[in-house]
Design a protein around this ligand. Structure first.
Ligand code: AMP
Ligand code: MN
Ligand code: MN
Length: 314
């Protein structure tokens, strides 16, 4: 298994690990775990993330080299983790193609297989789950740094074992990481109960925008740019807000629009049951999973809301 990855690592000396903009727990945890693993194999490894690590993931042990400036160096190979599309790496995605052999490790359904080596499994709970199998086959020693990063990635991508991607394997990987010393309670407190109070002040403003469509099956709220200024927050503070909308009993699809700049909104969509939000997101130029997807929309808030709600009517 994973013969080509093994050969590429054996032959190489210098590696880069990258993940997506707006990094979530799987992006950060998988990138950090991969970097620690490469270092453990005696290689020179760095992580590049366009955006800074969100405050809730700063408790994670981080490799010595985490870059936010696109590196000038070339590498023997670049591991692209948790990116359904190379664009998701950020502005430098095109330059990345010239940095080294691209190794694409991912669990998105619509992954474009953009790497020279592609390890894609859309049944995996998380990229961390695939990475776990790769690291096992490479006989990497699971240090506590690797364990807590992998554990956090699986826990966050499965919504704390609540989503349908919660499989026996997701549990068994987490069980193994706990046996290696990870404390589930400590991770839960760090990720879910260590917010600045400003997050809840922002949430108040956002929930006040809640609207329901299609007999209550779609819930939509938005974050106007000035709400961040009014609460001294930024987009990081709003991670997971869309999940609150899904708590309403009648809701099948929850949508949250976040203003990126004048006339530009990021849409986050979540499905509770059978609606395929990835399909809707793709129609609007984005992507994601059946139950969690996103895209960017242009127009004023009224226009963008109409575009989104109409995309669900077709
Ligand atoms: P988010 O709503 O940002 O948490 O994203 C939910 C899912 O949709 C993630 O799995 C992302 O990979 C995917 N996604 C979000 N935004 C985009 C986008 N603009 N293009 C492609 N995929 C996206
Ligand atoms: Mn992700
Ligand atoms: Mn993921």
């Amino acid at each position: 298994m994973f013969q080509r990855i093994r050969e590429t690592i054996d032959k190489g000396r210098k590696f880069l690990v990258v993940s997506h903009v707006d990094p979530d727990g799987d992006a950060v945890g998988s990138a950090f775990a991969a970097c620690f693993a490469l270092t453990g194999l005696g290689k020179d490894a760095s992580v590049y993330l366009q955006d800074s690590v969100p405050y809730r993931y700063r408790f994670l042990p981080r490799p010595a080299a985490v870059l936010h400036q696109f590196p000038e160096n070339g590498y023997d190979a670049v591991f692209v983790v948790d990116c359904g599309d190379l664009h998701r790496v950020g502005d430098s995605y095109d330059a990345l193609k010239r940095k080294g052999v691209l190794i694409n490790i991912d669990h998105h359904e619509a992954n474009g297989a953009f790497g020279q080596i592609n390890i894609i499994d859309d049944r995996a709970s998380s990229t961390a789950e695939i990475l776990y199998l790769i690291l096992k086959s490479l006989e990497v020693r699971f240090t506590s740094d690797i364990a807590v990063n992998l554990y956090t990635a699986v826990v966050t991508d499965t919504g704390s074992f609540r989503y349908e991607n919660t499989t026996e394997r997701a549990f068994s990987i987490c069980e193994e990481m706990v046996s290696l010393g990870v404390s589930p309670a400590s991770v839960a407190i760090a990720v879910y109960e260590s917010h600045p109070k400003e997050r809840l002040q922002l949430l108040c403003l956002v929930l006040a925008t809640l609207e329901m469509f299609h007999e209550g099956r779609i819930a939509l709220a938005h974050i106007a740019g000035d709400m961040f200024a009014r609460t001294h927050t930024n987009a990081e503070y709003a991670e997971g807000f869309v999940e609150y909308l899904k708590e309403i009993d009648s809701v099948e699809v929850a949508c949250l629009l976040r203003e990126l700049g004048p006339g530009r909104y990021k849409a986050s969509m979540r499905s509770k049951n059978s609606v395929d939000v990835a399909c809707v997101a793709r129609k609007l130029g984005g992507g994601g999973h059946r139950k969690a997807a996103g895209c960017t929309l242009e127009g004023d808030i009224g226009t963008v809301k109409t575009i989104l709600i109409e995309a669900f009517s077709q």
